[in-house]
Ligand binder design. Structure first.
Ligand code: NPW
Ligand code: ADP
Ligand code: K
Length: 511
């Protein structure tokens, strides 16, 4: 699904009204009606007090439409207009008049903190203060209003975006944002929903299709893409009946050091479970027995050194090399890595300590193979690209790095983001249970296993990240977040594949 900027959404709005001969007012009526339907379906006429806080722009206009519709349907509604300026948008004004003429209950004008209403915990709050037209942080009593609403225990529903958040710019005042329980967003989720500094204000959201011009949306290059099941279903390559293991590649996993052999076990097993035809693990001598005993399907090559990797040699042609988990950053390992990168012409998946070795040694950075897939967590990323001021700065710096080095960078996190030049692809699976040691090693193995099978670098990155998160979600369904460990993710890779095309259970047929 495409993610558009505020500017693009405003243009889409214009394109829609021009092309479809529909007015902005009709678009607002349609958007507000959909929000009303959403609420009505859930509330079924319940007389819970609903407080709607409207700004004076089009977001406020949406709030007025919702309020009018709710009142007409007999709900117990109180509307407030936060009069933070004398300006009003045209559609706001028309809807303000409509409320006044169609209901007897006029919206209350709020001019200062003295006008804040009393709210009970069981009431419902609808936030229509600011939408994507926010252009500076809320201040003064409006900021206080946001804080006052946040103090309430009531359920908070934001229209389009929690007020105070910019859809695609860094947050300036985290104290002036509605902490919504749920957000109903128009047409496209906003980039801010997926970034750590701002995503925390959007724990749940749903996209409401308000019918913006499909052709415009299709033609416009979005600022990012959200990768969900619908997209990854198209990535999947079906296995052929007469295929053999030679057709699914031979992955080499270079991982582990004394005390961290587990990293190689996790990566190698994950590569196998993802479908690689053959997997060989290259580990320090001390890892030999551990690997042979724990994964009989994996072939093992060892370094001459017992404790660490110093010289990576092998006697076959790997289809892909996954390197880094648990290898440490000792100088012998750095030298081995430099040699590997300079002399080998196969695709690479580079993770963990291999990234640290690159970041700490300019000579290794110089031989970083083009088209590699790098999978840093934020700490590793910082070592590679330097510090950033906010999430957007982080994305810009990563784009620059990706372009300069010609590599894919997967920034891991709650929503991992694959950066390929200027393009951003946002993963939509996973859960906080996956914040546990070794889950990144599993991901490295999975992406390596997919490249081995012939998925190109970008598809392997996106597909692997999706399956990793989906498998993690399936573990969480039975074990919960806390008990989830990295090995569990591997055990559910098969279920994550099966789930790709699983049909929802059929309703029993009535006789
Ligand atoms: N996309 C679509 O097609 C559709 C979009 N729709 C809806 O429109 C919404 C966007 O509406 P919008 O552009 O009118 O902006 P909105 O967020 O209501 O507020 C702007 C006003 O606030 C003001 N202002 C800004 N910051 C401020 C601050 N910190 N403190 C104080 N004031 C501040 C600013 O004033 P100014 O800067 O001019 O002083 C301006 O007057 C969108 O989110 C969605 O809900 C739907 O109706 C259906 C179709
Ligand atoms: N809160 C979270 N929600 C979803 N996924 C998460 C969360 N925290 C971590 N993950 C995922 O778990 C993995 C952790 O990777 P990493 O930090 O490299 O772990 P390790 O180094 O222990 O193997 C990444 O794929 C990341 O996206
Ligand atoms: K809002």
């Amino acid at each position: 699904m495409k993610i558009f900027s505020a500017a693009q959404l405003h243009k889409a709005d214009e394109a829609t009204t021009k092309k479809h001969n529909i007015t902005q007012l009709e678009l607002m009526e349609h958007a507000g009606t959909q929000i009303f339907n959403w609420l009505h379906q859930r509330m079924q006429g319940a007389q819970v007090p609903i407080h709607i806080f409207c700004g004076i722009g089009n977001n406020g206009g949406d709030g007025l439409v919702v309020g009018r519709k709710l009142m007409e349907a007999g709900y117990n509604v109180e509307m407030y207009v936060a009069n933070f300026t004398d300006k009003r948008s045209k559609c706001f004004l028309i809807n303000y008049d409509r409320v006044k003429s169609s209901t007897k209950k006029w919206p209350k004008l709020m001019m200062s903190a003295e006008d804040f209403p009393e709210i009970n915990p069981e009431d419902i709050l609808i936030d229509a203060l600011f939408g994507i037209g926010l252009n500076r942080p809320p201040e003064g009593w409006v900021k206080k209003l946001i804080q006052y609403l946040n103090e309430q225990k009531s359920f908070k529903l934001s229209i389009d975006i929690p007020s105070g958040l910019y859809p695609d710019q860094a947050l300036e005042d985290a104290e002036a944002v509605i902490k919504a329980n749920h957000t109903l967003t128009f047409q496209s989720p906003k980039l801010a929903f997926f970034l750590p500094e701002t995503g925390k204000f959007v724990p749940y959201y749903e996209v409401i299709d308000i019918g913006l011009d499909a052709e415009y949306l299709q033609k416009t290059e979005s600022i990012a893409q959200l990768i969900s099941k619908q997209e990854v279903q198209q990535f999947y390559k079906q296995r052929e009946k007469f295929s053999h293991k030679g057709m699914y590649g031979h992955a080499l996993i270079v991982a582990g050091s004394y005390g961290k052999i587990g990293a190689s076990v996790l990566s190698a097993r994950a590569a196998l479970r993802s479908g690689a035809g053959l997997v060989t693990a290259f580990v320090p001598e001390c890892g030999y027995e551990v690997l042979q005993a724990s994964i009989p399907e994996v072939m093992v090559l060892t370094d001459t050194e017992d404790d660490l990797i110093t010289d990576i040699s092998y006697d076959f042609e790997p289809s892909v090399i996954g390197v880094g988990p648990g290898i440490g950053t000792k100088k012998e390992t750095v030298t081995a890595l430099k040699k590997l990168f300079s002399e080998t012409k196969v695709p690479f998946v580079i993770d963990a300590d291999a990234l640290n070795c690159i970041a700490e040694n300019e000579s290794v950075m110089k031989v970083l193979p083009k088209n590699s897939i790098l999978t840093p967590h934020p700490g590793e990323l910082k070592r590679l690209i330097g510090d950033w001021t906010d999430d957007y700065d982080k994305l810009e710096k990563t784009k620059k790095f990706s372009e300069e080095k010609e590599v894919i960078v997967l920034i891991k996190g709650a929503h991992s983001i694959a950066v390929v030049g200027k393009q951003l692809y946002i993963n939509n699976t996973g859960n906080p249970g996956m914040a546990t040691g070794g889950s990144g090693d599993v991901l490295t193995g999975m992406i390596t296993g997919l490249v081995a099978q012939g998925y190109d670098a970008l598809l392997a990155t996106l597909f692997g990240t999706y399956l990793h998160g989906r498998a993690g979600n399936m573990v969480a369904e039975t074990k919960g977040f806390e008990a989830l460990i990295a090995s569990d993710i591997i055990e559910y890779i098969g279920d994550a594949y099966l789930d790709l095309f699983a049909q929802p259970e059929q309703e029993p047929q009535q006789q």
